[in-house]
Design a protein around this ligand. Structure first.
Ligand code: 6R9
Length: 561
C-alpha cells in the first residue's frame, strides 16, 4: 500500500486485513505474522533484531527468530502451558525476552511483560491478579518474586547465569539455556481466534491496584497499519523504539508494529545517556527513531554541541509519544537533527496509535495531530455531547477500532467505566480540536486546574516554562487556595549549568505571565533536582500534588526511583 496521505478518504480496516496471511488461510497468530511469514520469504536472512547493551552485540534474522521462538514454544508446551495461560516476563531487555515473547504467542499463551525495576509488591499485584502460571525472570530478580505466596504460579524459568533458588515444593525451576538446548526447532503453531487474548499490560491509575488491560491478536491490524503510515516504515529502515516492553509502546511498536512490517528492529539495553543514544544511532544507522518527550527534553538539556560529535544523518523520521511534546522541543529538534519530531497520541487501552502527525501532513508544533483514518475522535462534554472547535473537553474515541482493549482482567466493572457514553471510549484526557481538525492535549481530566474561575491545562504552562533557557523540565499542579479556588504551582528542574535562586523563581513567574497569560502564571515556583516520573517517562503530577498537600500518594509501583 502507498504511504498515507490525507486524500485517503475511503480507507477501511477491512482492506488492511488483506496484508495478512490469514486473509487467505484463515489461520491467525500474531507471532506467525510478525516472524514466520517473513522467514518463509527472502526476508529470512534479513535482520529482525539488532540487540546491543554494554556486554552484548548480536543480530538475529527472521529465520533465527522463527527457530528460537519455536524452540521456546516447545519448552512451554513441555512444561504444560496451554492456550490462554498467562506467562509473565520479568527481566531486562535481552534477546531472550523477545524470543520468549514470540514463543508464548505461538502457543496461544497470553504474555505479561513487567518492568525489570518493579519491586516485590508490584510483581505480586500483577501475578496475583492475572493468576499467572509461569514466570520468566533472572536469578537476581527472582528475589523480588514472592513465589511461595502465589498459588497459581507453578513454574519459574530463569534466564542467564547466577545462583538459582533452592528447589521448592511449590515451584518448579528451570534454566532457559538448558531447556532451549533440548527443544525442537519445529513447532505446530496454535492457530487462534482473532479475538483470543494475546497480551496483558498492567497500567496504574491514580487510585486502586493496577489494571490489567487485555489486548487480542486482532490488534495486529492497527499495529501494522499505524507502524506503516505513522512510523513510515520502509523495507530498508532500521527502526529504534527506545521503550521497554514493560510499557505498551515497547510492545506495540517495540515489537509488533515493526515486525509485522518486516522491518529490522533495534533494541538497546542499559541506561540512558545522550552520548550512548547518539552513538547508537550512528553505529546502527538508525533511520526511524521513536522515543518520548522526557528523553527529547534530556537531550535538549544536554545541548546541541553533543549532537555535533556524532553522525546523525541516517535519521529520516523521528517520533515522540507518552506525554505532550512541547513545541519548544519540536523546534529544537529541527535544528539539532534536521528533522521534525512527530508527536502522536494513544494509550495502553487503545493498543495502537489513534491520533498522529503523519510524515506527509503539515504539522502544528504542540499538537498531537489528527485521528488515524478509520478512527473517529471527538471532544465531548460531561453529558457526552460533542463540543465545538476550540473548547476543552473529554477526549473520546468511537468504540470499535481494531486494537481497542477487550477487557480489564478480572474487572469487568472497571472496563465498563471506560464507556460512560453510548459507543464512546473515554480516554480520561482533556483536549481540544481546532478548526483544521488538529487535536491539542490539555491534561489528564484530574490534572486540569481551575484558578479564579479560569480553566488551565497544565501542559500550556509547562510548555511555556520549558521555553525558558534555564528550564529542563516542568510540572504544574493546582494547589487549593481560599481565595482563588486553586493557585498554580510549578515544579521545575534546571538544565546543567543553572542554579537555583530567588531571582530565577521570580523570573519564571514573569516569563509565563508575559508569554502566556496572567491567570496562567504560577504563583509558586519550586526548583527541584528532578521530577517524579513513571518508568515510561511521564511526570507524575499526582505525586507532586500528594507531596505538596500531604496526601496519600496512591500506587507508586511504576515510579522511577
Ligand atoms: C502510549 C502511552 C497514556 C497517557 C495518555 C496521555 C499521555 C500519551 C501523549 C500523551 C499528550 C501525547 N500521552 N501520548 N499526552 N500527548 N502525544 O503513553 O500509553 O502509558 O497508557 O499512557 O499518556 O495522558 O492518556 P500509556
Amino acid at each position: 500500500m502507498p504511504d498515507y496521505d490525507e486524500s485517503r478518504a475511503n480507507f477501511s480496516w477491512d482492506e488492511v486485513e488483506k496484508a495478512f496471511s490469514w486473509y487467505e488461510t484463515g489461520q491467525v497468530n500474531m507471532a506467525y505474522e510478525a516472524i514466520d511469514r517473513h522467514a518463509e520469504t527472502w526476508r529470512k536472512n534479513k535482520a529482525a533484531l539488532y540487540y546491543s547493551d554494554d556486554e552484548r552485540d548480536e543480530t538475529y534474522t527472521f529465520q533465527d527468530m522463527k527457530f528460537l521462538s519455536n524452540q521456546f514454544g516447545n519448552v512451554l508446551r513441555r512444561i504444560g502451558v496451554e492456550k490462554g495461560d498467562r506467562v509473565f516476563l520479568f527481566l531486562p531487555r535481552s534477546p531472550e525476552l523477545y524470543v520468549s515473547m514470540m514463543g508464548m504467542l505461538k502457543i496461544g499463551a497470553i504474555a505479561g511483560p513487567l518492568f525489570e525495576a518493579f519491586m516485590e509488591q508490584a510483581v505480586r499485584d500483577r501475578l496475583e491478579n492475572s493468576e499467572a502460571k509461569v514466570l520468566m525472570t533472572t536469578p537476581s530478580l527472582v528475589d523480588r518474586v514472592p513465589y511461595n505466596e502465589l498459588p497459581h504460579l507453578e513454574t519459574i524459568i530463569l534466564v542467564g547465569d547466577g545462583k538459582a533458588p533452592e528447589d521448592d515444593q511449590d515451584i518448579q525451576f528451570y534454566r532457559y539455556e538448558d531447556e532451549m538446548k533440548n527443544a525442537s526447532r519445529h513447532l505446530d503453531i496454535e492457530w487462534v481466534d482473532r479475538e483470543d487474548g494475546m497480551i496483558l499490560h498492567y497500567t496504574s491509575g491514580s487510585t486502586g491496584k493496577p489494571k490489567g488491560v487485555l489486548h487480542v491478536h486482532n490488534a495486529m491490524i492497527q499495529q501494522y497499519q499505524t507502524a506503516k503510515w505513522i512510523m513510515d516504515l520502509k523495507e530498508d529502515d532500521i527502526f529504534w523504539c527506545t521503550a521497554d516492553p514493560g510499557w505498551v509502546t515497547g510492545t506495540s511498536y517495540g515489537i509488533f508494529g515493526p515486525w509485522l512490517n518486516g522491518t529490522s528492529n533495534l533494541v538497546r539495553g542499559g541506561r540512558f545517556s545522550p552520548e550512548d543514544w547518539y552513538g547508537t544511532i550512528e553505529k546502527y544507522q538508525v533511520s526511524v527513531w521513536l522515543s518520548a518527550p522526557t528523553a527529547f527534553r534530556k537531550l535538549m538539556a544536554a545541548g546541541e554541541a553533543v549532537t555535533e560529535n556524532f553522525d546523525l544523518n541516517s535519521l529520516r523520521h523521528v517520533l515522540s509519544v507518552g506525554e505532550p511534546l512541547n513545541a519548544e522541543v519540536v523546534h529544537w529538534g529541527m535544528n539539532a537533527y534536521n528533522v521534525r519530531i512527530h508527536d502522536h497520541w494513544w494509550m495502553t487501552e487503545t493498543g495502537g496509535v489513534v491520533i498522529a502527525n503523519y510524515p506527509s501532513m503539515p504539522m502544528k508544533p504542540g499538537s498531537m495531530g489528527k485521528p488515524f483514518p478509520g478512527v473517529e475522535a471527538a471532544i465531548l462534554d460531561e453529558a457526552g455531547n460533542q463540543l465545538p472547535p476550540g473548547q476543552m473537553g473529554k477526549l473520546c474515541i468511537k468504540a470499535g477500532w481494531p486494537s481497542m482493549l477487550r477487557t480489564v482482567w478480572n474487572n469487568e466493572e472497571r472496563f465498563n467505566q471506560y464507556f460512560p457514553f453510548e459507543g464512546w471510549f473515554d480516554s480520561g484526557d482533556l483536549a481540544s480540536r481546532d478548526e483544521d481538525g488538529y487535536f491539542w492535549f490539555q491534561g489528564r481530566d484530574d490534572d486540569v486546574i481551575t484558578t479564579s474561575g479560569e480553566r488551565v491545562g497544565p501542559f500550556e504552562v509547562e510548555s511555556k516554562l520549558v521555553e525558558h533557557a534555564a528550564v529542563a523540565e516542568a510540572a504544574v499542579i493546582g494547589k487549593p487556595d481560599p481565595v482563588r479556588g486553586h493557585i498554580i504551582k510549578a515544579f521545575v528542574a534546571l538544565k546543567d549549568g543553572y542554579t537555583k535562586n530567588d531571582d530565577l523563581q521570580e523570573e519564571l513567574k514573569q516569563f509565563v505571565k508575559k508569554g502566556l497569560a496572567a491567570h496562567a502564571a504560577p504563583r509558586e515556583v519550586e526548583i527541584r533536582d528532578f521530577l517524579p516520573k513513571t518508568r515510561s517517562g511521564k511526570i507524575m503530577r499526582r505525586v507532586l500534588k500528594a507531596w505538596e498537600l500531604d496526601l496519600p500518594t496512591g500506587d507508586l509501583s511504576t515510579m522511577e526511583k
